[in-house]
Design a protein around this ligand. Sequence first.
Ligand code: EPU
Length: 430
Amino acid sequence: MDRIRIVGGNQLNGVIPISGAKNAALPLMIASLLTDDTLTLENVPHLADVEQLIRILGNHGADISVNGRRERQGESYARTIHFTSRNIVSTTAPYELVSKMRASFWVIGPLLAREGKARVSLPGGCAIGTRPVDLFIEGLTALGANIEIDGGYVNATAPAGGLIGGRYVFPKVSVGATHVLMMAATLANGTTVIGNAAREPEVADLAKCLNAMGAKISGAGTGTITIEGVRSLSGARHRVLPDRIETGTYAMAVAMTGGDVILEDTDPSLLDTALEAIRRAGAEISATNSGIRIVRNGPGIRPVDIVTDPFPGFPTDLQAQFMGLMTKAGGVSHITETIFENRFMHVQELARLGARISLAGQTAKIEGVSRLKGAPVMATDLRASVSLVIAGLAAEGETMVSRVYHLDRGFERLEEKLTRCGAHVERVSD
Ligand code: EPU
């Protein structure tokens, strides 16, 4: 199994290209099931999660080609992928496939809307909390679906004439359930209004693509989304928006090591809150024509308290990385996680590098130390694993990160991007 070996101590200087967003690409790919026409997505990152979803969509009958070549032959960067689901050959998403990635549960929306039925295994995913599906079930029920859970599967059926537009106010913000309800409502009879919708940029990106396919959605990116159902959707061509989590991760890496880096092909307005926290930690951040420049020279890292929140708050997907940064701050900081109940698995691994962190409920107290020392550490989930890379970049000596498959789920060519900026990072295959 691959490991990542980091020898810390180098500053980062240079240019890092930011990939398309994993968390936009996944729902966009799933939206291709809504039409019998071809959906072409540009700027799709090459990640294990994308490959897994390609397998899942293939199981439903999607014909998928990468840059005009067949799936799995294209290794190029920022790929263009064509998805054509002329016929849905199966409305069942089996446990063996869904258990590997939570987002694959989201096929329930398009399958139900287009075929009138779906049988989808309860999901798996990162071990960051219980992550139930009650909000999906309530939301789809509000569109007239009949839903039963049986033998680990969610069985959903639409009324004879198809889903019916309805009104649903989420009791809690959910990105995935917002995606699913929005997709399902595009083909419902009548108008759907979603209240307390997730406002994440990935939701707005999905709505933009669905509208290009002929849907009638307004308000995506705000707390209220209105969807006027249409009879059918057509194909479209859509470019996946930049990955704000990857952007924030590299910005934090530069704040950690010091240096001067341009993050290219990204947009600072996607992560204002996180960039503000990095600024307060002592880095200079400015917008460039095509991205962000981040500089930290001289003074050390300042302690900053953060609380995770749904967009536009500080993203939970950057919490672990920010903790990595705070381990070397000149003082005490506090990080409170409000989205997931078990997203602190990086704490004990960061401690192996010499970090001083204590946990009280959902808040971590980080007492910054002047030096971290390299050690063997283990990746436990996607974002936790990259926090170890950030800490390793600033630790003395060698840090060896095992279980790298977590990193490969969400960071495209991480070692290449960092090495080009002067870091000593390599993949070691056993
Ligand atoms: N929740 C429920 N019931 C539901 C659905 C969600 O209680 O039916 C809870 C969850 O357990 C969690 C909270 O609501 O406590 C928010 O979960 P949400 O549904 O928003 O998360 P998600 O859609 O499963 C997406 C991202 C996550 C990201 C969260 C929050 C994708 C593929 N995943 O997950 O990304 O952390 O939104 O922003 O978009 C990652 O990329 O590493 C990752 C975990």
